[in-house]
Ligand binder design. Structure first.
Ligand code: PMP
Length: 399
């Protein structure tokens, strides 16, 4: 897509940088940076309680951002949108404020082997603390979930099913609508980790019928420090607060505190106001490009890159699901992924190497890590050619 010129960092480095670490974080377009600068230069004030013009403007901008998020993910009500620090905090919020409140010894939580640590460790610790069991949906060799195991894994003692929409390591797009339906037949709520899907697919939480959906702003061209928890109103209303302090209360006396209504009850303290405004601008930016266009463009990049890299001898792609997004994890002969990444960096190609916060998945494949190139709207086929050529050089160096 012809958007590179809208990203100042990419403009600055020009042809000397092929940034392919988008699954970790994306670059920020000028419009997002400008929106945040504009807020600080013209509107900066604390929100909700400031009895002056700037306070009212800042509040309107922050609450406007909440409405933009609602519309972007097609939530029914703006009250169902809670701003968090990111996907990680949003998962932890659901763990502490919802599941921890009613999980008992002998109960279970179901996740999958491909989960990011953000959607793995909080559940594992909770289960350990409560003598509950953590049940894991397995995958096949291609990196696709074995959904036939759900019948056995989900039962009347399952407190939640928490699953990623798209794997950050394999690129696998999970059949979440079908999975949600299966869980709901047994009255089990479902949390979707949308960290990787938010920028690449249309997300309609009402159509999916998920109970919780989490994502981080920084993976969709927005700033760091802002993320979202979507939760159905019925759940949110009955969840206890996550943190206590200012703004989440209705009244406080020496003897008693009553809590504010949702979603404010879950946003204790001064929130990341400029970041929320930046997020809204990023969502507008993505909306204007069109997610169907983004999907088509990045799918073509994935297809092209897969063909190019498959031709390299000794290169093994980890994650070959039928339904995949533009994430390409690979190993190269027995060269350490960190060596690959370092050598590529010397040629101006930024990729990621390691376990990608999915150590259980690495254990499953019996490898320490992979090299991972992840593509988005500003990547090009020419950059992929450069990547393929650079990888061939790496092999020569190690030969
Ligand atoms: N889930 C997935 C699938 C991710 O890719 C990531 C980030 N790599 C996270 C959760 C956590 O996101 P954050 O670090 O922004 O909270």
């Amino acid at each position: 897509m012809n958007v590179k010129h809208q990203f100042p960092l990419l403009q600055k480095y020009g042809d000397t940088l092929a940034y392919m670490d988008n699954a970790a974080t994306t670059q920020k377009p000028q419009v997002v940076i400008d929106a945040m600068v504009n807020y600080y230069e013209n509107t900066n004030a604390n929100i909700h309680r400031s009895p002056h013009r700037l306070g009212a403007d800042a509040t309107a901008a922050y609450e406007g951002a909440r409405e933009t998020v609602r519309s972007f993910i097609h939530a029914k009500k703006v009250e169902e949108i809670v701003f968090t620090k990111g996907a990680t905090e949003a998962v932890n919020l659901v763990v502490q404020s919802y599941v921890a409140q009613h999980i008992r010894a002998g109960d279970n939580v179901v996740i999958s082997i491909m989960e990011h640590h953000a959607n793995f460790v909080p559940w594992q610790i909770l289960c350990e603390e409560r003598n509950a069991s953590l049940r894991i949906i397995p995958i096949n060799e291609a990196g696709e979930l074995d959904v036939s195991t759900l019948d056995d894994l989900l039962d009347e003692r399952t407190k939640i099913l928490a699953i990623s929409h798209i794997s950050n390591t394999l690129g696998t797009i999970n059949p979440i609508k079908k999975i949600i339906k299966t869980a709901h037949k047994k009255n089990i709520p479902v949390l979707i980790d949308g960290a990787q899907s938010i920028a690449h697919r249309v997300v309609n939480v009402q159509d999916l019928d998920c109970d919780f959906f989490v994502f981080s702003g920084h993976k969709i061209f927005a700033p760091t420090g802002i993320g979202v928890l979507y939760a159905k109103e019925n759940y949110l209303k009955n969840m206890r607060p996550y943190q206590y302090g200012g703004d989440m209360i209705l009244s406080v006396t020496v003897n008693k505190t009553t809590f504010n209504r949702i979603p404010y009850r879950f946003e204790a303290g001064t929130p990341p106001i400029a970041e929320a405004i930046g997020l809204a601008k990023a969502l507008d930016f993505v909306h204007s490009l069109g997610r169907e266009n983004i999907k088509a463009y990045t799918s073509e990049l994935l297809h092209y890159a897969t063909e190019k890299l498959t031709q390299i001898e000794g290169l093994r792609i980890i994650g070959q699901a039928q339904d995949k997004t533009s994430i390409l994890s690979f190993t190269l002969a027995d060269i350490h992924p960190h060596d690959i990444a370092t050598l590529l960096d010397q040629q101006g190609i930024a990729i990621r190497a390691g376990h990608h916060c999915t150590q259980p998945l690495m254990e499953h494949y019996g490898i320490a890590g992979t090299a991972r190139a992840s593509f988005t709207i500003y990547n090009t086929k020419a950059e992929i050619d450069k990547l393929a050529a650079a990888l061939k050089e790496v092999i020569k160096m190690f030969a």
